[in-house]
Design a protein around this ligand. Structure first.
Ligand code: FE2
Ligand code: FE2
Length: 207
């Protein structure tokens, strides 16, 4: 969400759309972790403190827009109104799909040669080290459902949100294709994730 004043405040206000049992415990756990200060990645999109929350908000805006796009009458684009359960699903998928990134990006001091002066200097960089390597979508799914139940469609969407970049898909699994047949939320969340990382966050970084 470019130009947002306080990403954490925006995140918390959207989180209020999630009213199912356990949502409060899940949020309390998130607040006890580095979720609100973590980057979205070590090198690519959102490689800065708070990048993960900004990414989650970008996915929220994208997912909401494209759900309305897909569900509107083609003759009246943008007119579909989501009911509460759809709004809740959008909030859950967008805000929580990357909770697997909690506790995995560590700051380290590295050395580099300054391109202008040619001298060596220290700089702070993120290094990825996962103490709980359960898999990307799999780990988000596990962490969320420790506190709060998901519908089957939400579980599929979070599990497969990496799309063709998922390790299982790269290894030949056909389950992503089957999951996309079961629920449109699978490709919607993947599409929103791609738009956020490849368009919104690259634009914000001036790439
Ligand atoms: Fe992800
Ligand atoms: Fe993501």
């Amino acid at each position: 969400m470019n130009g947002t004043r306080d990403p954490k405040a925006d995140f918390l206000s959207i989180y209020e759309l999630i009213r199912r049992p356990g949502a409060d415990k899940l949020l309390a756990w998130l607040k006890s972790t580095d979720f609100f200060t973590a980057p979205a990645g070590a090198k690519h999109h959102g490689a800065h403190a708070g990048g993960l929350v900004v990414h989650s908000l970008n996915v929220y805006r994208r997912l909401r827009e494209l759900t309305i796009r897909d569900k509107s009458d083609p003759n009246e684009p943008g007119t579909y109104h989501m009911d509460h359960s759809e709004e809740e699903t959008v909030a859950i998928l967008a805000l929580l799909h990357d909770v697997c990134k909690v506790g995995v990006y560590h700051t380290e001091t590295k050395r580099r040669r300054n391109p202008d002066t040619g001298t060596w200097e220290d700089y702070q960089a993120y290094t990825f080290r996962d103490p709980f390597p359960l898999g990307h979508g799999e780990k988000s799914l596990y962490l969320i459902t420790k506190y709060m139940a998901l519908t089957e469609e939400e579980a599929l969407a979070i599990r497969w949100h990496m799309g063709a970049f998922d390790d299982a898909v790269k290894g030949g699994s056909r389950a992503l294709d089957a999951a996309m047949d079961v629920s449109p939320w699978v490709w919607r969340l993947h599409e929103a994730d791609m738009c956020a990382a490849r368009i919104d966050e690259r634009k914000a970084a001036g790439v």
